[in-house]
Design a protein around this ligand. Structure first.
Ligand code: PLP
Length: 300
């Protein structure tokens, strides 16, 4: 996997029917399709962590995540595929029934260590308590310059120079930072934060940017499309997801990509993007997260 970004196939899907409403061309890069388990942007964010592990005497990758984490499941799978043991420190007490995400992570060979919410807030202490020779720690969500370096390659696997605006969902900000670093001068990045009032995000993104002054101007973070907060998915969002599927044949996830799509549709209807804009949306994956919904909630 590391360094193999050149060999993958990526579909670009035009969204002409409904999302763009003919206002300006909108294409979505379907990273959800590149791997059945290693979801979308995680595939990119993990590549250099894996390369570092392979170039050293690492035998175990350890990281952090919640019970539905796309990062945890991706790490479990990438570790197995690369001959590395994986350990996931999971937020919260061990539940009576494991989530589908954690069951699959365990099937992929990941060792799960449940960590109460208070302890989880201090990962440095966990690292000090558990660190062993041969272990490499990957920050929660793959956050860091290593993750951003991998995410930057999203813009290099297919030609993307024609687009004026690139839009993605934002959790830790690692993917957005990578895209900002790789974007061309005429391109503007818009990040849709999926958390409620995450005021440290600006700082988290800025910390991962290349030290070029121009890089600090070509992006905008929007904080008003969280639908109540991280992981919240009220009925209007679910209905929006059904509409996306029916009218664009586009599957979205409840945590990230649905909120990003909703934002784009809303911004387009407000005339947010200047005439002549050409939009590139990043479908960053995450569809496994929909497995937490009751059966038949969504038509895909
Ligand atoms: C992890 C994830 C994100 C957020 O990426 P960050 O680099 O943490 O901002 C966005 N979309 C999906 C589907 C994800 O799994």
């Amino acid at each position: 996997m590391p360094g193999s970004a050149q060999n993958i196939h990526i579909d670009m899907q035009p969204l002409g029917n409904w999302v763009s409403q003919g206002i300006c061309p909108v294409d979505i890069m379907r990273l959800d399709r590149i791997h059945s388990v290693i979801s979308g942007n995680k595939w990119f964010k993990l590549q250099y962590y894996l390369a570092e592990a392979k170039a050293s005497s690492t035998n175990t990758l350890a990281s952090f995540g919640g019970p539905y984490s796309n990062h945890i499941i991706a790490l479990a799978c990438a570790g197995r595929d690369n001959g590395l043991h994986t350990v996931g420190f999971i937020r919260g007490e061990m539940p009576a029934r494991l989530s589908h995400t954690l069951l699959q992570a365990r099937t992929l060979g990941m060792e799960l260590v449940f960590t109460d919410r208070k302890a989880y807030l201090e990962p440095e202490k966990i690292i000090r308590a558990y660190d062993q020779p041969g272990w490499q720690w990957v920050p929660e969500g793959g956050y860091g310059t290593t993750g951003a370096r991998g995410a930057a390659e999203i813009l290099s696997v297919v030609p993307t120079g024609n687009y004026t605006h690139i839009i993605c969902a934002v959790g830790t900000g690692t993917m957005l930072a990578g895209l900002i670093n790789r974007a061309q001068e005429h391109q503007h990045l818009t990040g849709i934060s999926v958390m409620k009032g995450n005021r440290s995000l600006e700082q988290s993104v800025a910390a991962l940017l290349d030290p070029l002054p121009a890089r600090r101007k070509n992006y905008t973070l929007l904080h008003d499309y969280h639908f109540g907060g991280y992981g919240r998915h009220p009925e209007p969002l679910l209905q929006f997801m059904r509409d996306c599927w029916q009218q664009e044949q586009l599957p979205t996830d409840i945590v990230y990509t649905s909120k990003m799509l909703f934002a784009v549709k809303d911004l387009l209807s407000m005339g947010y993007f200047p005439a002549g804009s050409r939009l590139l949306l990043i479908h960053s994956g995450g569809l496994q997260g929909n497995g937490s919904l009751p059966p038949h909630t969504l038509p895909f």
